[in-house]
Design a protein around this ligand. Structure first.
Ligand code: NAP
Length: 319
């Protein structure tokens, strides 16, 4: 008589993951895709013990509360601003993210956007392709070396951005919510004070309710007419209406943006601006980093189901 195979834990897939993650996950878990119409499309939700979601999708209170056996939310990303942490705590659900493994690529994206913006790389590409070059040189551009770079949010990614900019012979300043006594960069008391000092303002602070519009109209315009703003954090951290107004009026010189308030839908005015470089939230979107992020999601799931400590928890369960 053959043994009855042990049942695999049920894991709700709220956001898609690459096949290289799904294949090993299917060996250990029963993966259930969240139906387009919501949980009502499932025969039962009573025995779903974990869910996997992206930073952009998160997990709202209604979803958490509708899963009575839920124990773990594993975020495929480092931002957890769209996970309702209060609901998770109330329902005794742990939350994990994928920090560190994406830091370098997101920091690289901040540098790439800055250089593309200052040196007008996208315009130069279009200029060459258009055949305009034989008729005369492209206009001169701004530069990065020697500039003052202000970083809003000196967390893991902010620190990595600072280290990279230091290699470009820039001066580094920062604003951070909590003191950073170990940092040798110049600290500023407010984002606006940092912006008034900086030539280039790079936003790397966490998203969430507390940081909505942290980079407000006054902070944006404090950059001045030659100033550049780069945002790789979340679209919510910069007052987007004020940013568009500043870009349209020439109150600042340009912006490099990887994140948008209502992404993937963007304000159509961005597409009409000539002084922006726009990126579709690609900060961590490299093969190597997505593989490492997926591996960390799987490590957290495995630890949870083995009853071990979660390697990268932002919220743990109480016993
Ligand atoms: P981290 O190490 O946790 O750093 C978070 C930073 O945000 C710290 O400077 C922290 O200040 C600050 N912060 C957190 N909550 C705050 C609040 N309520 N008010 C003011 N400041 C607050 O995270 P990280 O790994 O550097 O990631 C930073 C952010 O980058 C993520 O949250 C995410 O939104 C974004 N991100 C974007 C991409 C992309 O593809 N574009 C990819 C990954 C991450 P303290 O030092 O005081 O805690």
């Amino acid at each position: 008589m053959s043994a009855v195979p042990p049942s695999r834990p049920k894991v709700l897939m709220v956001s898609p993951m690459p096949d290289w993650d799904l294949a090993p996950m299917r060996e250990a878990y029963e993966l259930i895709d969240l139906p387009a119409g919501g949980l009502g499309g499932l025969a039962t939700t009573a025995d779903i013990t974990a869910l996997v979601t992206s930073g952009g999708r998160g997990a709202e209170a209604a979803l958490i509360e509708a899963l009575p056996a839920l124990e773990l939310i594993a975020v495929y990303g480092v931002g957890y601003d769209r996970v309702d942490l209060e609901a998770a705590a109330r329902c005794n659900v742990a939350v994990t993210t994928t920090p560190d493994v994406l830091t370098a690529d997101v920091a690289d994206m901040a540098l790439a956007l800055t250089l593309a913006l200052a040196r007008r790389i996208v315009d130069g590409d279009a200029f060459v392709r258009s055949g305009a070059w034989p008729n005369g040189a492209m206009p001169l551009t701004g530069n990065v070396a020697g500039c003052k770079v202000g970083i809003v949010g000196l967390g893991r990614i902010g620190e990595a951005i600072a280290r990279r900019f230091a290699g470009f012979d820039t001066k580094i300043g920062y604003w951070n919510r909590s003191p950073k006594p170990s940092s040798s960069w110049q600290a500023f008391p407010t984002p606006a004070a940092l912006s008034a000092w900086a030539d280039i303002l790079v936003v790397a602070v966490a998203g969430g309710g507390d940081t909505v519009g942290l980079v407000d109209a006054a902070t944006i315009t404090a950059l001045g007419r030659d100033g550049l703003l780069v945002n790789i954090s979340r679209g919510t951290t910069v007052d987007e209406a004020a940013l568009i107004a500043a870009l349209e009026s020439g109150a600042i010189a340009g912006a490099g943006l990887d994140v948008f308030r209502d992404e993937p839908t963007i304000d159509p005015r961005f597409s009409r601006l000539g002084n922006v470089v726009l990126s579709p939230h690609q900060g961590s979107a490299t093969v190597a980093t997505r593989r490492a992020m997926g591996a960390l999601v799987r490590t957290n799931l495995a630890a949870h189901f083995a009853g071990k400590a979660l390697p990268t928890a932002v919220l743990s369960r109480h016993s």
